[in-house]
Unconditional design. Structure first.
Length: 255
């Protein structure tokens, strides 16, 4: 009887699991592509497609990697999904992450429970957890910041360690690096903020020029537009308190 190479490979692979009582109890792994799941020992229920996808995985379970070098460095991380070239490339033990898009979460090592959708989203994240980034390079520089939500082109792009921020809109909270508890909704809302805390901006370029001003609330197109260091202001309406720069404790309601 002619025994094919493929059949021989399967027989040898099964036999090796039980040699000398040192069984590698890997179960139900699926791989397609050269060097996929190259180092696996007991990791199970993994799916790897693409050159060197999940190359370093040893005991990680229930991971999905689609794309060249996806989840390349993962060793023991579980329940990760990586779709795209170089996604979650440096992840080692981080678990429960979801990355879609080339180089998304590329630098993540141990950060858990992150979601990144888009090219280079959460690119420099290493240990930050519970972040959501949707849109081209959103939360791009985030490294250790946690509990952030960024939706839109370059939203919260240069944030590094700031936590608990929400940015919705193209380039919202773009310049902020380390601040916490800020909400910016609208195109370039709180665009130059860096040092100001507990600010809320809703509307196109609301609180656009703010740098270190704090406890401000702006609702409306370009409300508090020129505010830089002013604090505890409330502006409701289109271009209300538009020229305020350093004044504090103002309340204005307009159209």
């Amino acid at each position: 009887m002619k025994i094919t190479k493929a059949f021989t490979h399967i027989v040898i692979s099964i036999a090796l699991l039980f040699v000398c009582g040192t069984a590698h109890a890997q179960v139900a792994n699926t791989s397609a592509g050269q060097f996929t799941l190259n180092s696996v020992t007991t990791g199970s229920y993994n799916l790897a497609n693409g050159y060197a996808a999940m190359f370093s995985d040893t005991t990680g379970n229930n991971n999905t990697a689609n794309g060249t070098y996806a989840l390349y460095s993962n060793t023991t991380g579980n329940y990760n999904t990586a779709n795209g070239y170089g996604t979650l490339y440096h992840n080692t033990t981080g678990s429960d992450n979801l990355a879609f898009g080339a180089f998304s979460m590329h630098s993540n090592t141990t950060g858990p429970y992150d979601t990144a959708v888009g090219y280079e989203t959460l690119y420099f994240n290493t240990t930050g957890g519970d972040n959501t980034a949707i849109g081209y390079k959103s939360l791009f520089d985030n490294a250790t910041g946690a509990d952030n939500t960024a939706i839109g082109f370059n939203a919260l792009s240069v944030n590094t360690s700031g936590a608990g921020n929400t940015a919705v809109g193209s380039q919202a909270l773009y310049s902020d690096t380390t601040d916490a508890g800020i909400t910016a909704v609208g195109y370039k809302a709180l665009y130059t903020n860096n040092g100001g805390t507990q600010n809320s901006a809703f509307g196109y370029q609301a609180l656009y020029s703010n740098t270190t001003g704090y406890n401000n609330t702006a609702n409306g197109l370009r409300a508090l537009y020129y505010n830089t260091t002013g604090f505890e202001n409330t502006a409701n309406g289109v271009q209300t308190l538009y020229y305020n720069t350093t004044g504090g404790s103002n309340t204005a309601t307009g159209t």
